[in-house]
Design a protein around this ligand. Structure first.
Ligand code: ZZB
Length: 270
């Protein structure tokens, strides 16, 4: 399975990121950029990113990026992802030293909450890192783009974070961004996920079965029936432009393609 890893540049560390800030201080002082890596199959939705999700209970690491593969700037840079993802990247030549995972330090997901990152293409130039409890650390990078217009999970999670910001220990302003229409589908319109969540009366991120069903529908509608509403490929079918958009993100040095080993792909359906 091929994923696109979006390179989300950290633009401002949050108040809880003191330990991380120390960890990367000397690299940042030398001008190195720090990127959170978000794994996605839906890079065409990047125009409407409103947040970035991490699991508050997952441990992430900081790693040195390859200066060739996945990094056309050739500059030293740092990546944040799970140790499992880092091993995977190392074997694919995407870290500084091939086949070697040199972890600079460890971070708890909760330390990243409130940090700001820059998602390429998005109408929102900076978005906040917020928690998503259902993130699994055995898939992707365990860092996930929040795209509430087309992902039912993301919309329901956003609503829950707004409703219970105290419980989640976040500032309500972090989740204030509204869903941004990016593609239109024949059955559900410009905000496919919002329409599905409403129609199926999904109230909580814990409605796992309904959310799985809604996700399946949103995927199919978006991929086979979707038409782009914004950006360079406005008016074109998602199906026709998906690969071109991905390649463009890669050539802009905002993303790279990597693969997930088969056994881990199978565990996705757990
Ligand atoms: C942006 C996006 C926009 C996504 C969308 C989906 C949708 P799959 O098919 O199960 O492999 N994801 C990635 N890693 C994780 C993780 N560790 N835990 C939980 N969720 C994760 O799902 C791949 C998608 O699941 C990825 O694509 C990512 O969210 C999320 F409009 O990125 B996506 C209808 C879905 N729409």
């Amino acid at each position: 399975q091929e994923y696109v890893a979006m390179k989300l540049e950290v633009t401002q560390w949050g108040e809880r990121a003191a330990r991380v800030k120390d960890l990367v201080a000397s690299a940042q002082a030398q001008g190195q950029k720090v990127f959170m890596l978000a794994a996605t199959l839906r890079s065409e939705t990047m125009y409407g990113v409103t947040n970035v999700f991490v699991s508050p209970t997952v441990k992430y690491g900081v790693y040195r990026a390859s200066t060739t593969k996945g990094n056309s700037s050739g500059q030293d840079a740092l990546y944040i992802c799970t140790p499992r993802a880092a091993r995977n990247l190392a074997y694919q030549g995407l870290l500084k030293e091939e086949d070697k995972v040199d972890q600079i330090g460890e971070i708890d997901g909760k330390e990243l909450l409130g940090t700001k990152v820059h998602p390429a293409l998005s109408a929102n130039k900076e978005v906040y890192v917020v928690p998503m409890e259902s993130i699994k650390d055995n898939k992707g990078t365990a860092i996930v783009i929040c795209m509430p217009a087309d992902s039912p999970d993301d919309w329901v999670t956003t609503l829950d974070l707004r409703k219970k910001s105290e419980y989640y220990n976040i500032d309500p302003s972090w989740v204030a961004a509204e869903p941004i229409p990016v593609l239109t589908t024949p059955t559900y319109g410009d905000l496919t996920a919002v329409a599905l969540v409403e129609q199926m009366k999904i109230n909580s991120p814990k409605d796992i079965k309904q959310l799985a069903e809604a996700k399946e529908i949103a995927y199919k509608e978006g991929f086979y029936g979707g038409t782009m509403l914004v950006g360079k490929f406005k008016g074109e079918k998602v199906e026709d432009i998906k690969t071109r958009l991905r390649d463009e993100l890669v050539s802009m040095d905002c993303a790279f393609v990597y693969s997930e080993p088969e056994n881990l792909v199978m565990s996705r359906s757990q």
